[in-house]
Design a protein around this ligand. Sequence first.
Ligand SMILES: CC(C)(COP(=O)(O)OP(=O)(O)OC[C@H]1O[C@@H](n2cnc3c(N)ncnc32)[C@H](O)[C@@H]1OP(=O)(O)O)[C@@H](O)C(=O)NCCC(=O)NCCS
Length: 282
Amino acid sequence: MSKTSKELSIEAIKDKITKLSLTGALKPNSLKDEPEGIKSDGRSVDHSRVMMTKVILPNHSDTRGYVFGGQILSWIDVVASIAARRHSETSCVTRSVDAVHFLRPIHVGDIVVLKANVNRSWKTSMEVGVRVEREIPFTGKREFCCHAYLTFIALRVNKDSTCPTVVPKVIPASPAEIRRFEAAEGRRQSRFSQAQQPDSMQQLREKIQKLNAFDPVYESLELYGTDEKAMLSSYGEMIELVLPQHANTLQITFGGQIMEWMEYCAVICALRLSRSYILTAG
Ligand SMILES: CC(C)(COP(=O)(O)OP(=O)(O)OC[C@H]1O[C@@H](n2cnc3c(N)ncnc32)[C@H](O)[C@@H]1OP(=O)(O)O)[C@@H](O)C(=O)NCCC(=O)NCCS
């Protein structure tokens, strides 16, 4: 009897899992690294799956009723941290967030659905994928708005300090989960290579610091080129006091909170430069 396409796809999944096991990608982490109380056996992707639903209110939005990108980034971080915590069953912190591109504006009154799960884990880190959809409340129609990949580190809390700790492996099952699992390794390598090229960022930072020392009483804008003038005229600065509501149970500020403040400050700079309405693209 010939096999159905469903049976064949299950065969293909089993084959993939066997191949991944042979490469060591699905092997449990070494037991000697395993701290007391943390299991290093595998977990399904479903184990970490989280869905969060929010309604956009005026306090999440700009003067035209479009949600601030930083608000979405903050929710992305919250939903992703829950997924990381479910997978690792310990406290986690955000280590990095890959570029996020906002493809559609989200308006006051819209419902936002955020879905997250751990795609892959390594020794102490996990990649969490988040998908954000906008739901139009009167029709129920959903539109894809953006996705994000975040890296979380699991932490073990000692008496006076915290340090990274071993996390369980992810056992992908469906074709989509296997695809994301395999692609995660490539993304991790690009994160490392990007983190190793801080030169241009450092140069830009030094340039901005130098421009911050600009004193209009003694210096003239005429002395500066177009780029410098743009930097000077759009310069913005914010000071925030970190309060308990901005931090997790380890009193570490949420990465999403930092991103929210960053976006808010960037909006001020972009408004100053453009002198027109703006939307954050990414
Ligand atoms: C998380 C933290 C404790 C890790 O310390 P660290 O000295 O970087 O630790 P390590 O170098 O051992 O790296 C830990 C993990 O991060 C991974 N990592 C390092 N650089 C990375 C990068 N750019 N992107 C993603 N993962 C990275 C490492 O590979 C390692 O994971 P692995 O064990 O699975 O291979 C430390 O970076 C920290 O406290 N960061 C601040 C976190 C925070 O406060 N977040 C909220 C925002 S304010």
